[in-house]
Design a protein around this ligand. Sequence first.
Ligand SMILES: O=C(O)CCC(=O)C(=O)O
Ligand SMILES: [Fe+2]
Length: 368
Amino acid sequence: MPTSKYFDQCPPFPSGVHTVPLPKVSFEELQNGSEKESQLLFQACQEWGFFLLNLQPSSKGNELLKHAEQMFDLTNETYNLEQSVLDSYAYKPPHDLTGYKRKGQLKTDDGKMDCIELYSINQDDMLGNRSARKNADTIEAKRADVRQFIENSHSIIGMPPRTVQGVRWILMLADVIFSHLDKQLGLQPGTLSELSPLNEISETSVRLLRSQSQLSPQYDSISLGGHTDIGTITLLFNVVGGLQILPADRENELENWLYVKPEPGNVLVNIGDTLVEWTGGLLRSSLHRVITAPGEQALVARQSVAYLVRPRNNASMQRLKSGTIPPVEQGEEDETRSVIEWAAWRAKQVMLGQLKSQTRGGRSAVAA
Ligand SMILES: O=C(O)CCC(=O)C(=O)O
Ligand SMILES: [Fe+2]
């Protein structure tokens, strides 16, 4: 979530709604190599597939919060554009998900249509790894800010920063998270980072999301249907509530979903399906969705910013090998497709209704 500026502008998250007791992991402790924090992170990735990462008081963490705030400003500027202008940057599913998706184009769990707008910005476009796309003017004007957001986020997750002005901070986050996951999974240091380098083509994106305020809120209205993220890891910044997680052992019924309470100074981190595949189901990718914000928060527009990390397109989906990751057993099929082939197959399965989004993974580790 960004710094408190955006929190101060909206009504408080109400008490009395059911929230997920998500573990809070300290980024500074992870940077310092704390084994306790490393284990907390790993357990959260197994039990919930989600955790809150407290970016304060780390200076690198605070830098990321400032960049996230710039992305919130960019979201505001972009959604202030005329509808016809936004529509001229429309995404082209299923092959090209970069660009703008207006509300009402996706079916939600209850058979109704979504009410969220998305604008996806392609990482390679921002970093210059592929020829530049023409994005909305607001985004074109802020290419340097977006690059900076990507670089800083990436470094927090786990990719060696490249000397591209701006993008480095988001990448730093990834570096830290992946190095702890490498350790807990018994992988060689650098394994996960090397699968997602910034200078190789991937489907990684920065997504700006917005749903409008409601005058007479319908609290059970689903803005974005239940799904898991397809990539490795997602960093999600939000201020207004509405994000919900379905705990692993629960049926998909309204009362079973739990809200995530946005916390100033924190970023929400979640595991995607690729890490479930690579770890033979050791890590969990949880079903989540967006519903009308609770209480008075429904009366204001809701925006969020997601950094959705995908591995390089030519990486393999094959299970990683270590003393901790369960080996492929007899009768089990090992995945041999590349990241890009697997993603295309999966998108097709979902479109044909043959693959239902559901929580996956969370299996116990083998004794090392
Ligand atoms: O807006 C949110 O809080 C969630 C967005 C999300 O889950 C996604 O973009 O994949
Ligand atoms: Fe998601």
